[in-house]
Design a binder for this molecule. Sequence first.
Ligand SMILES: CC(C)(COP(=O)(O)OP(=O)(O)OC[C@H]1O[C@@H](n2cnc3c(N)ncnc32)[C@H](O)[C@@H]1OP(=O)(O)O)[C@@H](O)C(=O)NCCC(=O)NCCS
Length: 380
Amino acid sequence: MPEAAPSFSPGLEGVVAAKSRLCQIDGTQGKLYYLGYAIEDLAEHSSFEEVCFLLWRERLPRARELEELRGQLQEYRQDCRDLFDFVGRFPHTARPMDMLRTCVSWLGCRDPHPGDASGEANFRRAVAVTAHFPTAVAAFHRFREKQSPVPPHARLSHAANFLYMLTGKQPSDLAARVMDVALILHADHEMNASTFASLVTASTMSDLYSALTTGVGTLKGPLHGGANEAVVQMLEKIGSVENVESYLSEAFAQKKKIMGFGHRVYKTYDPRARIFKRYADELSRADGDRRFFEINERIEELMQKRVGSHGIYPNVDFYSGIVYRSLGVASDLFTPIFSIARAAGWTAHVLESWQKNRIYRPASVYEGPGPRAYVPLDER
Ligand SMILES: CC(C)(COP(=O)(O)OP(=O)(O)OC[C@H]1O[C@@H](n2cnc3c(N)ncnc32)[C@H](O)[C@@H]1OP(=O)(O)O)[C@@H](O)C(=O)NCCC(=O)NCCS
């Protein structure tokens, strides 16, 4: 019997690449769970620090354990002097995701025990890297604005402290809560491209920093984490509600994708987009500037008529960009914020995979010429 040809799934659609206990998506019902907890409940009641504990330790923390993790994150955050020096040397024109990708790699170079591959050492690295991401992003932004970096605040949450390091001012309760929810919503998402890419690197028994460098580089693309920035660029281009219809008609005529719509897994409304939409509405009312929110709603209404029946709905990036914009965050920091949150998911998946590692080594279908004789240079 000839061996059956391996089946090929472009983009690995429908291919199961791992078993995991961390995150579950129901793309038909529009549901997302971390360790069985619904994203709506986590967004309502939890904090980013608690979600980190949940993903890393696979259960909700007790009060003392949560305090301990908060303390560890704060302690690592205080260790920022050489990170400031490193970040300050980047060209100010560098793209923040490129800076962050390089920074993660550098964090690996300054690890005092790079050869220690024990579970505890890797857990400590996961906490440290998660603590350092916001510092790197905020400090880089300050340097390029010709401002001094702001050292971390000892008593603020991970989310509030990020806004504080970015602006030098303590954020309002609403701003701090919105950023906390944004980090919760982005913390993990099953076998997305950047998590998969991180796992491929980790599966060679490389190291956590290499896996995260891969993750940041993969998230950057506009088909993945870069879509939130692209959405705001699209809104700026559209300019007003009246222009939405003609913009969409032109985009469809040119077969362009509408950023912030569509998803490999969700064939209905992304539950995270619903939560972001609520905050986008609330923040735009508080600002008295409803323009972008109204453009977004109009795009959503028209897209529903055009492609809703094909399972193309708003994804997490459709409303997140205008939420960050309302918080005064520069648009090229939107994807870095996604990375700040996803550091928790990437590290959790890598730590989980190392409990039962097997190197990723898929196959490809060969489409080139068959075996043939080599032709010497002077005979070609
Ligand atoms: C997320 C995404 C990459 C998923 O890609 P995918 O699973 O490979 O799906 P495809 O790109 O093959 O799309 C399937 C069909 O839906 C259409 N489609 C998908 N997303 C679309 C969008 N945003 N706007 C218009 N049409 C879209 C495609 O044109 C394609 O139509 P066709 O079958 O007639 O050719 C894709 O939906 C996309 O590029 N969205 C825009 C970028 C974005 O918002 N990314 C953030 C994801 S969280």
